[in-house]
Design a protein around this ligand. Sequence first.
Ligand code: CMC
Length: 429
Amino acid sequence: MAKTAKLVIEGQTYDLPVVTGSQGEMALDISTLRKRTGLITLDPGYANTGSCESSITFMNGEKGILRYRGIPIEQLAENSTFVETAYLLINAELPTRKELTRFSIMLNDHSLVHEDMLAFFENFPKRAHPMGILSSMVNSLRAFYPELPERTDEEEINITFARLLSKVRTLAAMSYKMSLGHKVVYPSHKMSYCANFLNMMFDSPVRPYKLDKDLVKALEVFWILHADHEQNCSTAAVRLVGSARVNLFAAISAGISALWGPLHGGANQAVLEMLQGIYDNGGDPAPFIRKAKDKKDPFRLMGFGHSVYKTYDPRARIMEKICKKILKKQKRKDPLLDIAKKLEEVALKDPYFVDHSLYPNVDFYSGIVMRAIGIPLDMFTVMFAIGRLPGWISQWKESIGDPKWKLHRPRQIYIGSKERNFVPIEDRG
Ligand code: CMC
């Protein structure tokens, strides 16, 4: 029998259906609440609100579980590639060898960007943040591919997905090269998705880039770990903007803008700046921990805490392992890793962090991994964006195919002035 919950408002009882997910998660279906009772729910930040039903990603924040299409993140990080994981997210199943080859060919075929786009890059101020550039460039892609309607046959939709996945990576590397004033490096059909990106970033006529398979693997894992995270801020932005039936490029551009924020994807850059700050101040994390606990100070310990995980973020554990592995391989000691370890140790014993269930999140070690690969600091969040692309695409695809689809339009509780009369300017105090 279908479960219901009872809601009593001023003596009147209403039955609310209880929806149960495939992992036993339960939710009250309040979709008819306003119609039946005249009331709405108030949930700032939507932390108690399920905005959709989804079969893409499962998270359990209490147990530290993350699975894409049912497959644990640990298994994907160990065995998969970013391209294969992207296919899995978008198409719901792991590809056969033939499907993977076809998908890789599509990514290769669509990896070039229109040469006219170079003029856009040239006209951004040199100090423009790459996330702002990326968001604008992705939005402008629509102008170059206007002929593709968003709801058309499957083949064309798949081409649009491949186009985005492939071109965003090319655009990101181009923006870096152009910020240096160097000639761009074109993608090559001879390299994998991740190797191609590193080559486009670092190859130069005066210093050919030598691909290192461990760095390529580190990048694969970095991107797999970022590929989706259910209804996070940027994904919610993609779904919300997409709910107006805007084109995919515009919806993804909104996601990139949301990701830019330091509380979301921008945290990876902020973590490294914080670790550098601790290092520059003699290496003692204590003053930073004190600041983070001081309620009068807006400072937060970056890379700590998560809206859903109330335990160690499973991605942070994998990231930490990768971090140690590549630093060992490079026979390099990064002083910021020592600081991160010290900070983590102190914070995890501190009653404030224990009581607030604040643990390292994915961004805590990811900056050190990026640094070891050679990615410049202001490109860190762009790296997150490239990784999150398959998630945004699959969530957009799921939302436009959802029979319960609705234009997103939250309500509010108005707390402003009651009706009052307009006062002419000469009569105002
Ligand atoms: N340092 C100090 N205090 C914190 C922190 C932190 N990093 N995070 C949360 N708190 C405290 C906060 O002050 C509040 O305390 P109180 O209840 O005493 O007023 C309590 O914990 C709950 O905070 P909240 O903002 O309501 O909780 P949230 O779960 O919505 O916050 C968060 C999630 C990620 C915004 C927050 O933990 C944060 O700001 N972390 C630092 C930024 C960061 O690392 N972001 C990356 C997130 S993972 C990557 C991604 O998916 O985007």
